[in-house]
Design a protein around this ligand. Structure first.
Ligand code: INI
Length: 154
């Protein structure tokens, strides 16, 4: 029989940092609510969550790096929404944020849920923040929780 490692979806006792952008906050606040709702329904004490707000997606990696280095948290959920405008700015912000967040997680070995929406339109972002496309904040929180519980068994 193989030895199988799987994560139990139990957030009890975990200290979680949610790092969220102020940019597009009317969308991002729904992601924050989704992540908080998911984690508390899976046993996290709301007092064990810290919500940190940053200006935009570009600031997520640096802030998450500092959060990881603090040693105070078991996992991070990074939340934001980048919506395409008429210039290449979108592409730079998305790619630097995504690369930076992946680097933070790999270098710190701290599970990081990637809840950064990268959308062509505001409608697409709203759909993925609790309307018909689900809620990316819930998905990011769930992935982070599962990874925390997997890594502690390895
Ligand atoms: N930041 C976002 O989080 N979402 C966006 O859609 C966005 N757009 O479109 O410009 C955005 N830009 C700001 C960027 O993340 C930085 O905060 C800014 O460049 C200052 O460093």
């Amino acid at each position: 029989m193989p030895h199988i490692i799987e994560g139990q979806m139990n957030a009890s006792g975990l200290k979680i940092a949610i790092v969220a952008t102020r940019f597009n906050d009317f969308v991002v606040e729904r992601l924050v609510s989704g992540a908080m709702d998911y984690l508390t329904r899976h046993g996290m004490n709301p007092e064990d969550a810290t919500i940190i707000r940053v200006p935009g997606a570009f600031e997520l990696p640096l802030t998450c790096k500092k959060v990881a280095a603090s040693g105070k948290y078991d996992g991070i959920v990074a939340l934001g929404a980048v919506i395409r405008g008429g210039t290449p700015h979108f592409d730079y912000v998305c790619s630097e944020a995504a690369k930076g967040l992946a680097m933070v997680s790999l270098e710190s070995t701290l599970p990081l849920g990637f809840g950064l929406l990268t959308c062509d339109t505001l409608e697409q972002a709203i759909d993925r923040a609790g309307a018909k496309g689900g809620n990316k904040g819930v998905e990011a929180a769930s992935a982070m929780l599962e990874t925390v519980r997997v890594l502690e068994q390895i």
